[in-house]
Design a protein around this ligand. Structure first.
Ligand code: F6R
Length: 243
């Protein structure tokens, strides 16, 4: 695992955008794995800037989301499919039919999860997967205790994650859904390059476990220690508990 410590999110965003730009220059039809949440927002802004400057085209790229809340109406602003369109995909030339996420309103949840796995495989797998990390060490919504061999499935969000995400729901933890569909840890591990971003002291313990802790389902991100090409980009606060 490669750990890169930078002064702040602008420098992190620039390095990640460099990696995406290189990938799309070599492979215009690359498959991107996109995360929601606040960690990748500066990256998306930087990618939009480079797109507007004529440096990057996403016209032939495809994108898969990590996760989706269960039960939010199709037009809900916090539905991740809508969040990513507003934050990124709707601001570049990535055709909306090239963007897929798990179907959080499916009647047949196991079938929807299996279909999502098949869609990722049919696209040839994810080339570059962006990741944030929860303060409890989750990646996507694989909460502590998630199987390291898990694939896309329904999960219950912990109280901690619902509290962390209440800021997106007007501060009301009761408005945050209890369930989500999420790529599993094995699904994420199938991507060819994992790029995890973490900033701020609230992530310091999770980052310490990720980089220096034993691989454990209780800190799900630690599975990344087994990935042959994983890059972790941190600011000083997120790195503050590293030895
Ligand atoms: C979002 C996701 C989550 C977030 C994590 C960190 O698609 O999969 O794992 O990356 O909860 O969220 P932020 O970046 O908001 O701190």
């Amino acid at each position: 695992m490669e750990v890169v410590i930078q002064p702040g999110s602008a420098q992190i965003a620039s390095l990640v955008a460099d990696a995406v730009e290189r990938l799309l220059t070599e492979t215009p039809d690359a498959v991107l794995g996109l995360a929601t949440g606040s960690s990748p927002l500066a990256v998306y802004d930087e990618l939009v800037r480079r797109h507007e400057a004529g440096r990057i085209s996403f016209a032939r790229a495809r994108a898969f989301l990590l996760d989706e809340y269960v039960g939010l109406p199709a037009d809900h602003p916090e539905r991740y499919r809508n969040v990513i369109e507003k934050a990124f995909t709707g601001r570049v030339d990535l055709p909306s039919e090239h963007v897929q996420g798990p179907d959080g309103s499916a009647q047949d949840v196991p079938a929807a999860c299996a279909a999502y796995e098949e869609a990722i495989a049919a696209a040839g797998g994810v080339d570059l997967q962006l990741l944030g990390i929860g303060s409890d060490g989750h990646i996507a919504f694989n909460e502590p205790g998630s199987s390291l061999a898990s694939r896309t499935r329904i999960k219950t969000l912990t109280r901690q994650t619902r509290q962390d995400n209440a800021r997106f729901f007007g501060g009301d933890v009761d408005a945050v859904p209890h369930h989500c569909l999420t790529q599993g840890l094995a699904t994420i591990m199938s991507a060819r390059h994992l790029v995890l971003l973490a900033t701020g002291s609230a992530k310091a313990e999770a980052v310490h476990q990720l980089v220096e802790g034993p691989v454990s389902a209780m800190w799900p991100a630690t599975v990344m220690q087994h990935h042959p090409h994983a890059t972790v980009l941190l600011d000083g606060a997120a790195a503050s508990r590293l030895q």
